[in-house]
Design a protein. Structure first.
Length: 381
């Protein structure tokens, strides 16, 4: 049987990222790689030689070919030449770099080899604070074929901070695969009854995630004399975890605060939850919000970054100003006291996630982007 004339050739795609620990950008890379491989493309991973082992372990476990770059100092011209040799030997059609360091080093190496280069920045202002970083990113933009933000807000922020035109930065919203979690088993493991209401926050336990605000809101509700059935679970590790544990003990809330650490069963946890929470101070388009929506949970979240592009206030959840305890407590009380509203918001969240934020939709956008840049080509220097 001959192949259809309309069949498009499969690509060899390099995925590069500077980190090896758990995080949203890393999970996007895994899920995008898996979906592209499912479509028949060859995806080759490139990450740091020295790392935490989380991302590299997950990629190797999933059967991906992985290579390492060796960045020996913050500014390391030798890394560009070593990366050039690596990319030449991999015979790639396109390279997709994630976050600041690979945006710059990837652009330089791909320019030397003549491989089209796509950059995605996943949010946050850390990459733009220092002038030298903005200069480096502007150079990377000029020497890459596409610059992408994971939300409209992120793309606009990138353009503003780098002095670019709005159309210089494209938006490809994050997407995730749908999954069915085990609600009953997970709730039993957490010691919850059918009457308990579980609020789940997923993310690294760092100050910018605002997890402590949830605990403070729980304490405020207790002082108001409501919310005795409310439980807070935080899935994630980091420097805030000991402080949260100390606060819960001090406020006599330890029996209703579950600090779960880093977990691989987030789908089960989302299925066990009744409400998803994201009280961050800044975000791009956090996967935890999308995971909660796919689980059919209403979302209480800070109105920052691209969160409002996924969750519309009073439709799929409740958006609050960042950094304030009372609005979070009010939102929790509203959903606690109005179960029908909670269920309607959860259904709306699931429908919106299925329509707009699937991993298939994300991969469709990137696949079209790759093919366009491969067809245009890039000249080696």
């Amino acid at each position: 049987m001959t192949k259809s004339k309309s069949a498009k050739p499969k690509m060899r795609i390099g995925m590069m990222i500077e980190t090896d620990g758990p995080g949203g950008a890393e999970v996007v890379l895994i899920q995008l790689s898996e979906e592209l491989r499912r479509r028949g493309h060859t995806v080759i991973e490139v990450g740091p030689k020295e790392g935490k082992g989380w991302l590299s372990g997950r990629l190797l476990e999933a059967g991906f070919e992985r290579h390492c770059f060796d960045l020996r100092r913050a500014i390391d011209p030798g890394c560009v030449w070593r990366m050039r040799r690596l990319l030449q030997g991999l015979h790639l059609d396109v390279v997709h770099s994630h976050e600041f360091t690979m945006a710059v080093y990837g652009a330089a190496a791909c320019k030397l080899v003549g491989i089209p280069h796509v950059v995605t920045l996943h949010g946050g202002d850390g990459a733009f604070q220092a002038r030298r970083r903005r200069v480096a990113l502007r150079w990377a933009k000029r020497n890459s074929q596409a610059f992408v933000g994971v939300s409209n807000h992120t793309s606009q922020f990138m353009a503003e901070r780098l002095g670019l035109r709005d159309d210089d930065v494209q938006t490809v919203h994050n997407g995730i695969p749908a999954s069915q979690g085990d609600r009953n088993r997970t709730r039993n493991a957490l010691g919850l009854t059918d009457q308990d209401i579980l609020v789940l926050a997923v993310g690294n336990a760092r100050p910018r995630k605002g997890h402590m605000l949830l605990l403070e809101a729980l304490a405020e509700l207790r002082d108001r004399g409501i919310g005795q059935s409310l439980h807070i679970a935080v899935a994630g590790d980091g420097p805030e975890r000991p402080r949260m544990a100390e606060y819960a003990e001090k406020k006599d809330l330890s029996d209703r605060v579950h600090l779960l650490g880093l977990r691989r069963d987030v789908g089960d946890l989302q299925a066990a939850a009744d409400i998803s929470a994201m009280p961050s101070f800044w975000e791009g388009l956090p996967l935890a919000v999308l995971e909660g929506m796919f689980a059919g949970n209403p979302v209480i979240a800070s109105n920052v970054g691209g969160i409002g592009e996924a969750v519309r206030n009073s439709s799929e959840g409740i958006l609050v100003a960042p950094g304030q305890i009372a609005p979070i407590a009010d939102a929790l009380a509203q959903l606690l006291n109005h179960p029908e509203e909670r269920m309607l918001m959860g259904r709306a969240a699931l429908q919106r996630a299925q329509k707009l934020f699937s991993v298939q939709a994300m991969a469709d956008h990137y696949e079209r982007l790759y093919r366009r840049e491969v067809s245009l080509g890039a000249e080696p220097q």
